[in-house]
Structures are given as C-alpha cells and as structure tokens.
Design a binder for this molecule. Structure first.
Ligand code: PLP
Length: 449
C-alpha cells in the first residue's frame, strides 16, 4: 500500500495548529508576564526547535508560546534557566513523591555509579528491590522494566497470553502511556466518542493502525453495569471460564498511597503496573501480581526483555526510595497536607463563588472548573479549561506550579512539602481567585495527546 505522506503531514500540521490555537487563546496579561520572566527559555527554545520538533521530548512538556526550560531542583523547589524559583506541585507528574534530589537517593545513585552503571547481567541487590515491591504492594512476583508505557504493554501481553484471549477493556479518558493497545480514547473528541455507555474505540494518535486497537474495547469510567454488559457481549473474546485478568495501572497511584490504590480500595487485582514514584526520580517500572500469571512468563514462550531492565542505578535509587524516604508515616503526613490543601481550595472557591470542584485522595488532588464534579471523561468535557490555564499561569507567575501542567493533571504533595508551603500555595490562590473567576476565554480540549 502506498502511503500519501503529504496527506499525513497535512493532517499532522493541522493537528499541531489546532494545539497551538488551543493554547494561544489563554494568551493575556499573565502569559505576557511569563514571557517577561523567561527570556532565556525563549532563546533556548529557538535553538532547540531546529533539532527537536517543538523543542521537547515529551508532548506534555510543550506549551505556548514556548516551553520553560529548567536548570535544577532540590526538595520542593525548581529553578528555571532564568533563575526563577518555583515551589513545585507537579513533582515530575508524581515521580518526585520523595522530593527532588533527596539526599538518601542521591547518595545511593552516587555510590552505585562508582561500582558500575550497567552490567548486562543481573545485579546482586535487585532481588532485594523485588522483595520490597512484593511486600509493600502485596503481590507474589514482579518483573522490572523502565517506563510506565513498557509496564502497561507487558501487563496486557501477559494477560492475553495467560487467557489466550485477545480483547482488552480499558476505560474512556484514561492514559496508560504510549502503548498502542491502550493508546485509544484517552481524550476522544465529542464527534467521535459515541454512546456514553458503550463508547467507540478512538485512536489517540495518528500512526496507530486499526490492527493494534481493534481488540481494545472502551468502557465508561464509574459505571459497573456498563462494564458488565460489555463483558457479556464479548464473553468469548475477553475471558474463559476462569474469568478475566483484572489489571490496575498503578503507575501513578503506587506513589499516592502506601501500598497503592489496590490497598486503598481493598481490591486484589491479578496484575498491577508500578512506575514513577518507586524510583525516586529515575526511570524504573514493573509488572507485578499473582504467581499463577507471573510464572507463565517463561523464557522462549512469553517475551519480557530489555537492555535497561533492572539497571543498577535505578534499582539502587528504588531501594533507597522505598526503605528511606516513602515510609508509611511520611506518606501519611504528606496525605494530611494534601487534604489540607484541598480543604483550603474548597473554602476559597466557596468564599469567592467560583464554579469549581476539588477532589483529593492520598498525596494528590485537583481543581476542576465545572458546575458538577468530574466523575468520568464525559463530565470532564464540561470543565472550563480556559479558566484552568488562566489559574495555572497566574499561580506559576507567583512562583507556584500548582499541579501537572494540564487541566486533567493533579497536584502531588511530596513527603518534603511543609505546612507553611501549603499555606503559601493557598495564599497565592486567594490572590488569583478573582482574576480566575472573571476569566472567560474558552480553551478547547485537544483530542490527541
Ligand atoms: C496511569 C499511567 N500509566 C502509564 C503511564 C505512562 O508512563 P510513562 O510516561 O513512564 O511511560 C502514565 C504516565 O503519565 C500514567 O499516568
């Protein structure tokens, strides 16, 4: 088959434009302030984009008019290349639940670097990390990899090889990394999403052929009856008599609750994926779960391989993170601060009469500018994302990165944030709340990620 690249490029160009227009709409006084504070970032961007499309290596880092480039980080603080200091609540999209450059983690990485950064064979301390993961997340066995996308790829592969069935159900509006099986209906457009109870499977990027996603069924979040009906309709393709494999993607939630979401909600999934926070700032991920499934990952039968899997630098960082930093007590204190932050937002929102809702659990929380609480993708679409960007820019200009830089992201209160920082965060929100309340330029939600 001949691919018409002009068509593809046109489409991509259109999508990029769409993206830019989306962000430009929130250009106003706060955007101008940001530009004034970050001239060096602009200069770096002008150079970077010659070699790197859009100047970033993960789409999430692009923003209008240019991405801000950072120089260093420590504890709860980030410094950009212009020397501006920020208190960070994005914390690497939850990776830094331990705080930036935690001394215990830095020490472990330094010490291991002296001993060798990669052996190409197994390292003597890796079993210790595996045991820590099994104990903490109450699973029988574990296999390490590097990124969340890899872990979700392996989890779906292991589930399919175990059941011998092809179909997977994923939830609408949920992101599981760049794994083609799951890169569907992450943010589907209204025109394509279909029936709210039986959503269409909508690819979230060009370049994902139908062959990859035709076996992915999409269910609405928070609607168990709809899930049951989808299972009934596809009984033969999802599982046999022994039932289907339940996977919890805990790439994020493993760092929000000690023991992960599975223990928070007291459910025992067959497999879980772990990532982000377990490495304390370095790339490490895992698939873990019940022995009966994990032990079917037999060499030569089910593939699990990676040059950097269980890299000693990352494993050393992971051991330090789990044994010295993300203790039950430290995470419980961070969760209390996160609760305090949510309560403070709630009070200000109420006092100012802003149409918004706050949700919070464990170390994370989020503000949604909408009349009704967000419970799934369809209710998220009712959010005023223009207001959200106005809020994010205004807070950032006051030295606080309030959450991950997108309306569907959350804040992370790390184990090193303090009560005083939470109070400063809330003071800044109080200061920008009337500006946010009045802000009325809408922003579209972009379909692709
Ligand atoms: C729930 C979830 N799963 C998987 C991923 C993918 O992880 P990574 O970016 O490390 O590939 C993410 C990333 O944000 C995520 O939030």
């Amino acid at each position: 088959m001949r691919v018409d690249y002009r068509c593809l490029i046109h489409d991509l160009h259109y999508k990029s434009l769409h993206f830019v227009i989306f962000l430009s709409r929130s250009r106003d006084e706060e955007m101008k302030k940001l530009e004034k504070r970050t001239p060096k970032s602009k200069r770096i961007y002008e150079k970077a984009k010659r070699d790197v499309p859009f100047g970033v290596h993960s789409t999430y880092r692009y923003s209008e008019p240019y991405p801000v480039y950072f120089a260093r980080a420590k504890g709860t603080r980030l410094w950009d290349v212009d020397g501006n200091e920020y208190t960070d609540y994005n914390m690497g999209f939850g990776v830094l639940a331990s705080g930036h450059a935690h001394p215990a983690i830095v020490k472990a990485i330094k010490e291991q670097a002296e001993q060798g950064t990669d052996f190409g064979f197994e390292w003597e301390d890796t079993p210790k990390f595996a045991r820590l993961l099994c104990d903490r997340f109450a699973v029988d066995q574990v296999k390490l990899s590097n990124t969340g996308a890899e872990a979700t790829m392996y989890a779906t592969r292991f589930a399919r090889s175990y059941t011998g069935r092809n179909k997977i159900i994923k939830f609408e509006g949920c992101y599981h990394g760049g794994n083609e099986t799951l890169l569907v209906s992450v943010k589907p457009a209204k025109a394509k999403e279909g029936d709210p109870r039986f959503p269409n499977t909508v690819p979230s990027s060009l370049g994902v052929p139908e062959g990859f996603y035709k076996n992915t069924l999409v269910a609405p979040f928070n609607d168990l009856n709809a899930v049951e009906e989808i299972v009934q309709r596809n009984r033969d393709d999802i599982a046999d008599e022994s039932g289907f494999v339940l996977i919890f993607d805990e790439i994020k939630t493993c760092g929000k609750f000690y023991g992960g979401m599975k223990q928070y909600v007291n459910v025992k999934p067959d497999l879980i994926t772990l990532g982000k926070a377990i490495g304390g700032g370095v790339p490490i991920s895992a698939v873990a779960g019940k022995r009966k499934i994990m032990e079917t990952i037999v060499p030569g039968v089910v593939s699990h391989a990676g040059t950097f899997n269980s890299n000693p630098l990352c494993v050393a960082a992971g051991i330090a993170t789990l044994t010295k930093v993300l203790s039950r007590d430290a995470m419980s204190k961070a969760a209390t601060l996160s609760e305090k932050l949510a309560k403070g937002y709630q009070d200000i929102i109420q006092d100012e009469g802003i149409d918004a809702h706050v949700s919070q659990a464990g170390l994370s929380g989020a503000v949604a500018f909408s009349s009704n609480p967000v419970t799934d993708w369809r209710s998220f679409q009712a959010c005023d994302t223009g207001k959200w960007f106005a809020y994010c820019f205004a807070m950032t200009n006051r030295g606080i990165i309030p959450a991950g830089p997108s309306p569907d992201e959350q804040w992370t209160v790390s184990v090193v944030h303090t009560k005083q920082e939470i109070e400063e965060h809330l003071e800044a929100f109080k200061e920008v709340s009337s500006y946010v309340k009045k802000y009325e330029k809408p922003a579209e939600i972009v379909e692709a990620i």
